[in-house]
Design a protein around this ligand. Structure first.
Ligand code: GAP
Length: 476
Protein backbone atom coordinates (compact mmCIF):
# COMPACT_ATOMS: atom_id res chain seq x y z
CA UNK A 1 0.00 0.00 0.00
CA UNK A 2 1.38 3.46 -0.85
CA UNK A 3 2.44 5.26 2.29
CA UNK A 4 0.07 8.20 1.81
CA UNK A 5 -2.78 5.75 1.45
CA UNK A 6 -1.62 3.89 4.53
CA UNK A 7 -1.78 7.04 6.64
CA UNK A 8 -5.27 7.83 5.31
CA UNK A 9 -6.38 4.24 5.96
CA UNK A 10 -5.08 4.40 9.54
CA UNK A 11 -6.87 7.72 10.15
CA UNK A 12 -10.12 6.26 8.78
CA UNK A 13 -9.73 3.07 10.78
CA UNK A 14 -9.03 4.99 14.00
CA UNK A 15 -12.26 6.93 13.57
CA UNK A 16 -14.40 3.97 12.53
CA UNK A 17 -13.26 1.78 15.43
CA UNK A 18 -13.26 4.29 18.28
CA UNK A 19 -9.53 4.98 18.61
CA UNK A 20 -9.10 8.65 17.67
CA UNK A 21 -11.56 11.41 16.71
CA UNK A 22 -11.03 14.96 15.56
CA UNK A 23 -11.62 17.25 18.56
CA UNK A 24 -15.02 19.02 18.58
CA UNK A 25 -15.94 17.21 15.41
CA UNK A 26 -19.58 18.32 15.52
CA UNK A 27 -18.32 21.91 15.14
CA UNK A 28 -16.14 20.85 12.17
CA UNK A 29 -13.17 20.11 14.39
CA UNK A 30 -10.27 22.05 15.82
CA UNK A 31 -7.09 21.88 13.81
CA UNK A 32 -4.29 19.69 15.23
CA UNK A 33 -6.28 18.70 18.31
CA UNK A 34 -7.58 15.15 18.74
CA UNK A 35 -9.67 13.13 21.19
CA UNK A 36 -9.03 9.52 22.08
CA UNK A 37 -12.05 7.22 22.00
CA UNK A 38 -12.81 4.07 23.97
CA UNK A 39 -10.03 1.95 22.44
CA UNK A 40 -7.55 4.73 21.73
CA UNK A 41 -7.56 5.85 25.35
CA UNK A 42 -6.91 2.26 26.52
CA UNK A 43 -4.05 1.90 24.03
CA UNK A 44 -2.57 5.23 25.10
CA UNK A 45 -2.89 4.36 28.78
CA UNK A 46 -1.19 0.98 28.23
CA UNK A 47 1.74 2.66 26.47
CA UNK A 48 1.98 5.29 29.22
CA UNK A 49 1.89 2.59 31.93
CA UNK A 50 4.55 0.54 30.16
CA UNK A 51 6.86 3.55 29.88
CA UNK A 52 6.15 4.57 33.51
CA UNK A 53 6.89 1.10 34.84
CA UNK A 54 10.01 0.77 32.65
CA UNK A 55 11.32 3.97 34.21
CA UNK A 56 10.14 4.00 37.81
CA UNK A 57 9.62 0.32 38.64
CA UNK A 58 12.56 -1.13 36.73
CA UNK A 59 15.09 1.45 37.94
CA UNK A 60 15.78 1.74 41.67
CA UNK A 61 17.10 5.25 41.15
CA UNK A 62 14.22 6.78 39.17
CA UNK A 63 11.07 8.15 40.80
CA UNK A 64 7.98 9.70 39.24
CA UNK A 65 6.15 12.95 39.90
CA UNK A 66 3.03 14.69 38.61
CA UNK A 67 3.58 18.45 38.45
CA UNK A 68 0.96 21.05 37.49
CA UNK A 69 0.54 22.31 33.94
CA UNK A 70 0.51 25.93 35.15
CA UNK A 71 3.83 27.12 36.53
CA UNK A 72 5.14 30.42 37.80
CA UNK A 73 5.75 32.61 34.71
CA UNK A 74 9.40 33.15 35.67
CA UNK A 75 9.94 29.43 35.06
CA UNK A 76 9.75 30.09 31.34
CA UNK A 77 12.09 33.07 31.50
CA UNK A 78 14.62 30.91 33.34
CA UNK A 79 14.25 27.97 30.98
CA UNK A 80 14.83 30.19 27.97
CA UNK A 81 11.43 29.46 26.45
CA UNK A 82 10.24 33.10 26.50
CA UNK A 83 13.28 34.21 24.51
CA UNK A 84 14.18 31.14 22.50
CA UNK A 85 11.24 28.82 22.05
CA UNK A 86 10.44 29.95 18.59
CA UNK A 87 10.68 28.67 15.08
CA UNK A 88 11.64 30.57 11.96
CA UNK A 89 8.45 31.23 10.02
CA UNK A 90 7.66 32.70 6.66
CA UNK A 91 4.31 34.00 5.37
CA UNK A 92 3.04 33.94 1.84
CA UNK A 93 1.91 37.48 1.05
CA UNK A 94 -0.87 36.35 -1.30
CA UNK A 95 -2.51 33.57 0.69
CA UNK A 96 -1.46 34.96 4.14
CA UNK A 97 -0.61 31.38 5.03
CA UNK A 98 2.25 30.94 7.51
CA UNK A 99 4.82 28.13 7.23
CA UNK A 100 7.62 26.83 9.37
CA UNK A 101 10.69 27.35 7.23
CA UNK A 102 12.17 23.91 7.96
CA UNK A 103 8.88 22.19 7.10
CA UNK A 104 8.60 24.07 3.82
CA UNK A 105 12.13 23.08 2.82
CA UNK A 106 11.75 19.50 4.05
CA UNK A 107 8.57 19.04 2.02
CA UNK A 108 10.34 20.40 -1.05
CA UNK A 109 13.37 18.14 -0.46
CA UNK A 110 11.07 15.11 -0.59
CA UNK A 111 10.07 16.02 -4.16
CA UNK A 112 13.72 16.13 -5.37
CA UNK A 113 16.03 13.27 -6.40
CA UNK A 114 17.64 11.81 -3.27
CA UNK A 115 21.09 13.45 -3.58
CA UNK A 116 19.62 16.89 -4.32
CA UNK A 117 17.15 16.59 -1.47
CA UNK A 118 19.95 15.65 0.89
CA UNK A 119 22.09 18.58 -0.23
CA UNK A 120 19.16 20.96 0.28
CA UNK A 121 18.58 19.68 3.82
CA UNK A 122 22.28 19.97 4.65
CA UNK A 123 22.26 23.58 3.49
CA UNK A 124 19.11 24.24 5.50
CA UNK A 125 20.69 22.73 8.65
CA UNK A 126 23.74 24.99 8.26
CA UNK A 127 21.59 28.11 7.84
CA UNK A 128 19.37 27.16 10.80
CA UNK A 129 22.43 26.54 12.97
CA UNK A 130 23.78 29.97 12.01
CA UNK A 131 20.31 31.56 12.46
CA UNK A 132 20.82 33.03 9.01
CA UNK A 133 17.25 34.10 8.17
CA UNK A 134 18.22 36.01 5.02
CA UNK A 135 20.00 32.89 3.77
CA UNK A 136 16.93 30.75 4.54
CA UNK A 137 14.66 33.07 2.57
CA UNK A 138 17.13 33.06 -0.32
CA UNK A 139 17.18 29.23 -0.23
CA UNK A 140 13.37 29.12 -0.49
CA UNK A 141 13.44 31.57 -3.41
CA UNK A 142 16.33 29.84 -5.21
CA UNK A 143 14.37 26.60 -5.08
CA UNK A 144 11.24 28.39 -6.34
CA UNK A 145 9.19 26.91 -3.52
CA UNK A 146 5.55 27.90 -3.86
CA UNK A 147 2.78 28.29 -1.31
CA UNK A 148 0.39 25.35 -1.62
CA UNK A 149 -2.62 27.70 -1.39
CA UNK A 150 -1.73 30.68 -3.60
CA UNK A 151 0.76 28.84 -5.84
CA UNK A 152 3.07 31.89 -5.72
CA UNK A 153 6.61 32.55 -4.43
CA UNK A 154 5.65 35.91 -2.92
CA UNK A 155 7.25 35.47 0.54
CA UNK A 156 7.73 37.78 3.53
CA UNK A 157 11.00 37.92 5.46
CA UNK A 158 11.73 34.97 7.76
CA UNK A 159 10.76 35.77 11.39
CA UNK A 160 10.86 34.03 14.73
CA UNK A 161 7.47 33.03 16.21
CA UNK A 162 7.07 31.92 19.84
CA UNK A 163 5.22 28.62 20.23
CA UNK A 164 3.91 29.03 23.79
CA UNK A 165 0.21 29.53 24.52
CA UNK A 166 -0.53 32.09 27.20
CA UNK A 167 -3.54 32.80 29.36
CA UNK A 168 -4.44 35.00 32.37
CA UNK A 169 -4.73 34.08 36.04
CA UNK A 170 -6.63 36.37 38.40
CA UNK A 171 -10.22 37.56 38.25
CA UNK A 172 -9.79 41.29 37.63
CA UNK A 173 -8.11 42.40 34.44
CA UNK A 174 -5.69 44.81 36.17
CA UNK A 175 -4.60 42.17 38.67
CA UNK A 176 -4.38 39.34 36.20
CA UNK A 177 -0.99 38.10 35.21
CA UNK A 178 0.01 36.25 32.12
CA UNK A 179 0.96 32.62 32.50
CA UNK A 180 1.83 29.95 29.97
CA UNK A 181 0.54 26.49 29.27
CA UNK A 182 3.69 24.41 29.66
CA UNK A 183 5.37 23.62 26.34
CA UNK A 184 7.27 20.70 27.91
CA UNK A 185 6.85 18.69 31.11
CA UNK A 186 10.57 18.87 31.93
CA UNK A 187 10.43 22.18 33.79
CA UNK A 188 8.04 20.72 36.39
CA UNK A 189 10.83 18.26 37.16
CA UNK A 190 13.58 20.88 37.38
CA UNK A 191 11.71 23.13 39.80
CA UNK A 192 11.02 20.10 42.01
CA UNK A 193 14.57 18.77 41.82
CA UNK A 194 15.48 19.61 45.43
CA UNK A 195 12.05 18.66 46.84
CA UNK A 196 12.41 15.16 45.41
CA UNK A 197 16.11 14.81 46.12
CA UNK A 198 15.70 15.79 49.77
CA UNK A 199 12.41 14.01 50.57
CA UNK A 200 13.45 10.88 48.65
CA UNK A 201 17.04 11.04 49.96
CA UNK A 202 18.12 10.47 46.36
CA UNK A 203 21.79 10.06 45.56
CA UNK A 204 23.29 11.09 42.25
CA UNK A 205 22.96 9.60 39.66
CA UNK A 206 19.17 9.55 39.88
CA UNK A 207 16.20 10.33 37.69
CA UNK A 208 12.79 11.96 37.93
CA UNK A 209 10.11 10.85 35.48
CA UNK A 210 6.85 12.49 34.54
CA UNK A 211 4.08 12.09 31.99
CA UNK A 212 1.58 14.79 31.13
CA UNK A 213 0.14 17.31 28.73
CA UNK A 214 2.19 19.91 26.90
CA UNK A 215 0.98 22.65 24.57
CA UNK A 216 2.59 24.27 21.56
CA UNK A 217 1.11 26.66 19.06
CA UNK A 218 2.43 24.66 16.12
CA UNK A 219 2.01 26.63 12.93
CA UNK A 220 2.11 23.76 10.55
CA UNK A 221 0.37 21.00 12.41
CA UNK A 222 0.08 17.95 10.21
CA UNK A 223 0.42 14.21 10.04
CA UNK A 224 -2.61 13.30 12.19
CA UNK A 225 -1.45 12.90 15.82
CA UNK A 226 2.20 13.35 14.84
CA UNK A 227 2.20 17.10 15.41
CA UNK A 228 -0.53 18.43 17.67
CA UNK A 229 -1.15 21.65 19.56
CA UNK A 230 -2.10 19.75 22.72
CA UNK A 231 -0.17 16.54 23.26
CA UNK A 232 1.34 14.36 25.94
CA UNK A 233 4.97 13.80 26.78
CA UNK A 234 6.78 11.15 28.81
CA UNK A 235 9.99 12.69 30.06
CA UNK A 236 12.77 11.67 32.40
CA UNK A 237 15.52 13.93 33.69
CA UNK A 238 18.59 12.05 34.87
CA UNK A 239 20.79 14.05 37.25
CA UNK A 240 24.50 13.24 37.06
CA UNK A 241 27.90 14.45 38.22
CA UNK A 242 29.33 17.21 35.99
CA UNK A 243 31.79 15.66 33.56
CA UNK A 244 29.94 12.31 33.38
CA UNK A 245 27.14 13.53 31.13
CA UNK A 246 28.67 12.15 27.94
CA UNK A 247 28.71 8.56 29.23
CA UNK A 248 25.17 8.86 30.61
CA UNK A 249 24.03 10.31 27.30
CA UNK A 250 25.39 7.20 25.54
CA UNK A 251 23.85 4.98 28.24
CA UNK A 252 20.39 6.47 27.74
CA UNK A 253 20.64 6.36 23.95
CA UNK A 254 21.17 2.61 24.17
CA UNK A 255 18.62 2.07 26.96
CA UNK A 256 15.90 3.94 25.10
CA UNK A 257 16.55 2.09 21.85
CA UNK A 258 16.27 -1.19 23.79
CA UNK A 259 12.89 -0.01 25.12
CA UNK A 260 11.69 0.60 21.58
CA UNK A 261 12.88 -2.82 20.44
CA UNK A 262 11.12 -4.41 23.42
CA UNK A 263 7.87 -3.41 21.70
CA UNK A 264 8.63 -6.12 19.16
CA UNK A 265 9.48 -3.61 16.42
CA UNK A 266 12.35 -4.52 14.07
CA UNK A 267 15.62 -2.54 14.45
CA UNK A 268 15.57 -1.41 10.82
CA UNK A 269 12.40 0.57 11.53
CA UNK A 270 14.47 2.90 13.73
CA UNK A 271 17.49 5.12 13.32
CA UNK A 272 19.34 7.77 15.33
CA UNK A 273 19.58 11.31 14.01
CA UNK A 274 22.20 13.55 15.64
CA UNK A 275 21.22 17.22 15.94
CA UNK A 276 23.29 19.69 13.99
CA UNK A 277 21.52 22.70 15.46
CA UNK A 278 21.55 22.16 19.22
CA UNK A 279 18.73 23.58 21.36
CA UNK A 280 19.68 26.48 23.62
CA UNK A 281 20.16 24.11 26.59
CA UNK A 282 22.04 21.15 25.06
CA UNK A 283 25.69 20.06 24.60
CA UNK A 284 24.64 16.91 22.69
CA UNK A 285 21.32 15.75 21.34
CA UNK A 286 19.83 13.16 19.05
CA UNK A 287 16.45 11.87 17.98
CA UNK A 288 15.25 8.33 17.74
CA UNK A 289 13.44 8.30 14.43
CA UNK A 290 10.82 5.77 13.42
CA UNK A 291 9.78 4.87 9.90
CA UNK A 292 6.26 6.34 9.97
CA UNK A 293 3.99 6.10 6.89
CA UNK A 294 5.31 9.56 5.93
CA UNK A 295 8.96 8.43 6.31
CA UNK A 296 11.57 8.49 9.10
CA UNK A 297 10.55 11.08 11.72
CA UNK A 298 11.39 11.85 15.34
CA UNK A 299 9.54 9.91 18.00
CA UNK A 300 11.90 10.59 20.93
CA UNK A 301 14.65 13.02 21.81
CA UNK A 302 17.68 12.34 24.01
CA UNK A 303 19.35 15.50 25.20
CA UNK A 304 22.37 16.24 27.30
CA UNK A 305 21.04 19.46 28.88
CA UNK A 306 24.15 20.36 30.89
CA UNK A 307 23.39 22.34 34.09
CA UNK A 308 21.55 24.96 32.03
CA UNK A 309 18.11 24.57 33.60
CA UNK A 310 19.05 24.17 37.25
CA UNK A 311 21.63 26.96 37.03
CA UNK A 312 19.09 29.33 35.54
CA UNK A 313 16.36 28.38 38.02
CA UNK A 314 18.86 29.02 40.81
CA UNK A 315 19.66 32.42 39.35
CA UNK A 316 16.07 33.49 38.66
CA UNK A 317 14.60 32.16 41.93
CA UNK A 318 17.50 33.14 44.17
CA UNK A 319 17.20 29.64 45.77
CA UNK A 320 20.21 27.36 45.98
CA UNK A 321 19.76 24.28 43.77
CA UNK A 322 23.04 22.54 44.52
CA UNK A 323 23.59 18.94 45.54
CA UNK A 324 26.12 17.80 48.13
CA UNK A 325 28.09 14.84 46.82
CA UNK A 326 29.29 12.98 49.92
CA UNK A 327 31.79 10.88 47.95
CA UNK A 328 33.47 13.96 46.50
CA UNK A 329 32.75 16.09 49.57
CA UNK A 330 31.62 18.78 47.14
CA UNK A 331 28.57 20.92 46.34
CA UNK A 332 27.64 21.27 42.70
CA UNK A 333 24.74 21.82 40.32
CA UNK A 334 24.11 18.45 38.65
CA UNK A 335 24.19 17.96 34.90
CA UNK A 336 21.15 16.46 33.25
CA UNK A 337 20.54 13.89 30.55
CA UNK A 338 16.93 13.91 29.39
CA UNK A 339 14.87 11.32 27.56
CA UNK A 340 11.73 12.84 26.05
CA UNK A 341 9.20 10.84 24.10
CA UNK A 342 5.84 11.96 22.76
CA UNK A 343 3.04 9.69 23.93
CA UNK A 344 0.78 10.53 20.98
CA UNK A 345 3.65 9.96 18.57
CA UNK A 346 4.25 6.59 20.23
CA UNK A 347 0.54 5.77 19.76
CA UNK A 348 0.94 6.66 16.10
CA UNK A 349 4.10 4.54 15.87
CA UNK A 350 2.35 1.53 17.43
CA UNK A 351 -0.71 2.00 15.19
CA UNK A 352 1.35 2.26 12.00
CA UNK A 353 3.38 -0.78 12.95
CA UNK A 354 0.30 -2.81 13.88
CA UNK A 355 -2.01 -1.88 10.98
CA UNK A 356 -2.26 -4.55 8.31
CA UNK A 357 -4.74 -5.15 5.48
CA UNK A 358 -4.73 -8.84 4.60
CA UNK A 359 -6.20 -10.60 1.61
CA UNK A 360 -7.44 -13.98 2.83
CA UNK A 361 -9.10 -15.08 -0.42
CA UNK A 362 -8.89 -18.77 -1.24
CA UNK A 363 -9.88 -20.00 -4.70
CA UNK A 364 -13.15 -18.32 -5.61
CA UNK A 365 -13.87 -17.32 -2.04
CA UNK A 366 -13.09 -13.64 -1.52
CA UNK A 367 -12.09 -12.67 2.00
CA UNK A 368 -10.00 -10.00 3.68
CA UNK A 369 -9.43 -8.46 7.06
CA UNK A 370 -7.88 -5.42 8.70
CA UNK A 371 -5.90 -6.46 11.73
CA UNK A 372 -4.08 -4.39 14.35
CA UNK A 373 -1.18 -6.56 15.48
CA UNK A 374 -0.55 -4.80 18.78
CA UNK A 375 1.89 -6.34 21.25
CA UNK A 376 -0.58 -8.14 23.60
CA UNK A 377 0.53 -6.04 26.60
CA UNK A 378 -0.54 -2.85 24.77
CA UNK A 379 -3.79 -4.08 23.21
CA UNK A 380 -6.88 -2.19 24.44
CA UNK A 381 -8.82 -5.44 24.94
CA UNK A 382 -6.89 -8.57 25.86
CA UNK A 383 -9.65 -11.14 25.68
CA UNK A 384 -13.00 -11.33 23.87
CA UNK A 385 -15.36 -14.01 25.14
CA UNK A 386 -17.88 -15.14 22.55
CA UNK A 387 -20.66 -17.63 23.30
CA UNK A 388 -21.56 -19.55 20.13
CA UNK A 389 -25.29 -19.02 20.75
CA UNK A 390 -27.38 -16.80 22.99
CA UNK A 391 -28.99 -19.79 24.71
CA UNK A 392 -28.38 -23.23 26.26
CA UNK A 393 -26.44 -21.75 29.19
CA UNK A 394 -23.52 -20.61 26.95
CA UNK A 395 -23.81 -16.89 27.85
CA UNK A 396 -23.71 -17.85 31.54
CA UNK A 397 -20.48 -19.81 31.04
CA UNK A 398 -19.02 -16.88 29.09
CA UNK A 399 -19.92 -14.49 31.92
CA UNK A 400 -18.28 -16.87 34.38
CA UNK A 401 -15.00 -16.64 32.43
CA UNK A 402 -15.26 -12.85 32.12
CA UNK A 403 -15.88 -12.50 35.86
CA UNK A 404 -12.78 -14.57 36.56
CA UNK A 405 -10.58 -12.58 34.16
CA UNK A 406 -11.79 -8.97 34.40
CA UNK A 407 -10.06 -8.09 37.68
CA UNK A 408 -6.77 -8.90 35.91
CA UNK A 409 -7.14 -7.51 32.40
CA UNK A 410 -9.66 -5.88 30.07
CA UNK A 411 -12.22 -8.27 28.58
CA UNK A 412 -15.03 -7.89 26.07
CA UNK A 413 -18.25 -9.87 25.79
CA UNK A 414 -20.22 -10.25 22.58
CA UNK A 415 -22.98 -12.61 21.49
CA UNK A 416 -24.31 -10.89 18.34
CA UNK A 417 -23.56 -12.06 14.74
CA UNK A 418 -21.64 -15.07 13.46
CA UNK A 419 -18.39 -16.07 15.14
CA UNK A 420 -16.50 -15.13 11.95
CA UNK A 421 -17.86 -11.57 12.02
CA UNK A 422 -17.11 -11.25 15.71
CA UNK A 423 -13.50 -12.39 15.11
CA UNK A 424 -13.11 -9.76 12.38
CA UNK A 425 -14.36 -6.98 14.69
CA UNK A 426 -11.85 -8.05 17.34
CA UNK A 427 -9.04 -8.20 14.73
CA UNK A 428 -9.90 -4.63 13.78
CA UNK A 429 -9.38 -3.39 17.34
CA UNK A 430 -6.33 -5.59 17.92
CA UNK A 431 -7.67 -8.06 20.51
CA UNK A 432 -4.99 -10.77 20.71
CA UNK A 433 -7.22 -13.56 22.05
CA UNK A 434 -10.81 -14.61 21.41
CA UNK A 435 -12.38 -17.46 23.32
CA UNK A 436 -15.46 -19.21 21.98
CA UNK A 437 -17.78 -21.02 24.36
CA UNK A 438 -19.74 -23.83 22.69
CA UNK A 439 -21.78 -26.86 23.63
CA UNK A 440 -18.67 -28.95 24.22
CA UNK A 441 -17.66 -26.48 26.93
CA UNK A 442 -20.68 -27.65 28.92
CA UNK A 443 -19.57 -31.23 28.60
CA UNK A 444 -15.82 -31.12 29.20
CA UNK A 445 -15.00 -27.56 30.32
CA UNK A 446 -12.86 -26.81 27.25
CA UNK A 447 -13.07 -23.74 25.00
CA UNK A 448 -11.62 -22.68 21.65
CA UNK A 449 -8.97 -20.01 21.89
CA UNK A 450 -8.24 -18.16 18.66
CA UNK A 451 -4.95 -16.29 18.18
CA UNK A 452 -5.30 -12.97 16.34
CA UNK A 453 -2.10 -12.96 14.24
CA UNK A 454 -1.98 -16.59 13.10
CA UNK A 455 -5.77 -17.07 13.27
CA UNK A 456 -4.91 -20.52 14.67
CA UNK A 457 -7.44 -22.07 16.99
CA UNK A 458 -6.85 -24.59 19.74
CA UNK A 459 -8.98 -26.39 22.28
CA UNK A 460 -7.87 -25.72 25.84
CA UNK A 461 -9.42 -25.99 29.33
CA UNK A 462 -11.43 -22.89 30.25
CA UNK A 463 -9.86 -23.07 33.72
CA UNK A 464 -6.42 -22.30 32.20
CA UNK A 465 -7.42 -19.22 30.13
CA UNK A 466 -6.73 -16.56 32.75
CA UNK A 467 -3.20 -17.83 33.42
CA UNK A 468 -2.44 -18.32 29.72
CA UNK A 469 -3.33 -14.69 28.95
CA UNK A 470 -1.60 -13.30 32.02
CA UNK A 471 1.63 -14.91 30.81
CA UNK A 472 1.23 -13.44 27.30
CA UNK A 473 0.60 -9.87 28.46
CA UNK A 474 3.34 -9.76 31.06
CA UNK A 475 5.68 -6.86 30.33
CA UNK A 476 8.68 -7.70 32.50
N1 GAP B 1 11.86 18.48 27.01
C1 GAP B 1 12.42 18.36 25.73
C2 GAP B 1 11.44 18.45 24.65
O1 GAP B 1 10.30 18.81 24.86
P1 GAP B 1 11.14 18.07 22.08
O2 GAP B 1 12.04 17.39 21.09
O3 GAP B 1 10.64 19.42 21.76
O4 GAP B 1 11.94 18.05 23.45
C3 GAP B 1 10.06 15.82 22.80
O5 GAP B 1 9.88 17.13 22.35
C4 GAP B 1 9.08 14.87 22.14
O6 GAP B 1 7.74 15.37 22.30
C5 GAP B 1 9.26 14.73 20.64
O7 GAP B 1 10.23 13.75 20.33
C6 GAP B 1 7.88 14.31 20.19
O8 GAP B 1 7.71 12.92 20.31
C7 GAP B 1 6.97 15.01 21.17
N2 GAP B 1 6.40 16.22 20.56
C8 GAP B 1 6.96 17.44 20.46
N3 GAP B 1 6.14 18.31 19.86
C9 GAP B 1 5.01 17.62 19.57
C10 GAP B 1 3.77 17.96 18.93
N4 GAP B 1 3.52 19.18 18.52
N5 GAP B 1 2.83 16.98 18.82
C11 GAP B 1 3.07 15.72 19.25
N6 GAP B 1 4.21 15.35 19.86
C12 GAP B 1 5.16 16.28 20.01
Amino acid sequence: MANDNKLQSIIGHCKEYGFIFQSSEIYDGLSAVYDYGQYGSELKKNIRDYWWRSMTQMHDNIVGIDAAIFMHPTTWKASGHVDNFSDPMIDNKDSKKRYRVDHLLEAHAETLPEAEGKALLEKMDQLLAAEDFTGLKALIEENKIKCAVSDTCNWTEVRQFNLMFSTQVGSVAEEASEIYLRPETAQGIFVNFLNVQKTGRMKIPFGIAQTGKAFRNEIVARGFIFRMREFEQMEMQFFVRPGTQKEWYEYWKEARMKWHLSLGIAPERYRFHDHVKLAHYADAACDIEFDFPMGFKEVEGIHSRTDFDLKNHQQFSGKKLTYFDTELNQHYIPYVVETSIGLDRTVMMILSEAYEEQDLSEGDKQDSRVVLKFPPMLAPIKLAVLPLTKKDGLPELARELINECKPHFKCFYEEKDSIGKRYRRQDAIGTPFCVTIDHQTKEDGTVTIRHRDSMQQERVPMAGIKQLILEKIQAF
